[in-house]
Design a protein around this ligand. Structure first.
Ligand code: NDP
Length: 261
């Protein structure tokens, strides 16, 4: 059986004894990923803006027999180093380590010409999509070094490179995310066994996509669940995935031979 087929029906303990922090875990792709990792044995730290959504995901995890999650409400728009330090202290106390850090949360921001974008809108998108992942990563590294062959996964977008007109700070933040991923991967391969990648999920039936394309029929799009095998491939400990790449998993179905460089 190929690795792609195995990921459609993975071993029930594929992520046993592993801890994953997912940002934006209350909705969309982050929620689907959190549920699947928990089903496959992982302990989850659910980070997101809306506490009620995170608690609903925790309830769903326990309903399928997963381990109770650590619920971590946090607005990335205001995250600073002090708050990131206390979040990591909390994870250290609860879990002692991190095996996976998934930067999934993101905002679209205004889709308009650069000329019309205010500094406040620009700064907010950069803070949520790029600066917060940088701060969280830096503060999480000691916990990731306690994990085994830890994995960091950033989230990019098809509008990042080349930059696309009218996608403004969102596209710039995603291009920066890919660059951050490449830099970090190169720095960490010198001394550690950590795998650092970025994923572009491609068009996905979520609230963000509906906001970006309000006239589109969502039923024509893959669901967040459809993308989960690719995420499992990038996140599992033993994988043909390399480090330092932006993996563009679109179009489906998942074809690993296309992705392996
Ligand atoms: P959703 O809008 O469905 O979910 C985004 C998640 O991010 C939500 O859980 C949201 O929390 C959280 N979030 C947003 N702002 C903040 C904040 N300030 N602080 C903390 N959490 C926040 O998006 P998707 O699932 O579609 O997107 C997931 C990732 O995939 C994003 O990085 C996106 O850029 C990327 N992507 C998506 C594509 C698509 O077609 N959907 C295509 C390409 C890339 P809450 O629900 O509480 O607001």
């Amino acid at each position: 059986m190929s690795q792609a087929q195995q990921l459609q029906n993975p071993a029930a303990d594929l992520f046993a004894n592993q801890t994953a922090l997912i940002t934006g875990a209350g909705d969309g792709i982050g929620k689907a990923l959190a549920l699947r990792l928990a089903e496959l044995g992982a302990e989850l730290v659910l980070m997101g803006r809306t506490q009620a959504k995170l608690e609903a995901v925790d309830d769903a995890i326990r309903a399928v027999g997963g381990k109770a999650a650590v619920v971590c409400p946090c607005d990335l728009a205001t995250l600073d180093e002090t708050q990131a330090d206390s979040i990591m202290e909390g994870i250290q106390a609860e879990c002692g380590k991190l095996d996976m850090l998934v930067h999934n949360a993101g905002i679209l921001g205004p889709r308009s010409p650069i000329e019309n974008i205010t500094l406040a809108d620009w700064a907010k998108v950069m803070q949520v999509n790029l600066t917060a992942p940088y701060v969280l990563t830096r503060k999480a590294l000691p916990l990731l070094r306690n994990g085994e062959q830890s994995r960091i996964l950033f989230t990019s977008s098809g509008v990042a490179r080349p930059g696309r007109a009218y996608w403004g700070p969102y596209a710039v933040s995603k291009a920066g995310t890919e660059n951050l991923c490449e830099i970090l991967a190169a720095e960490l391969t010198e001394t550690h066994t950590m795998r650092v990648n970025s994923i572009n999920p491609g068009p996905t039936r979520t609230g963000m996509r509906a906001a970006a394309y309000p006239a589109e029929n969502p039923n024509t799009l893959p669901t967040a669940e459809d993308h989960i095998p690719a995420y499992l491939w990038l996140l599992q400990r033993e994988s043909s995935a390399q480090s330092g790449f932006c993996y563009d998993i679109w179009p489906l179905p998942l074809n690993l031979s296309r992705l392996v460089p």
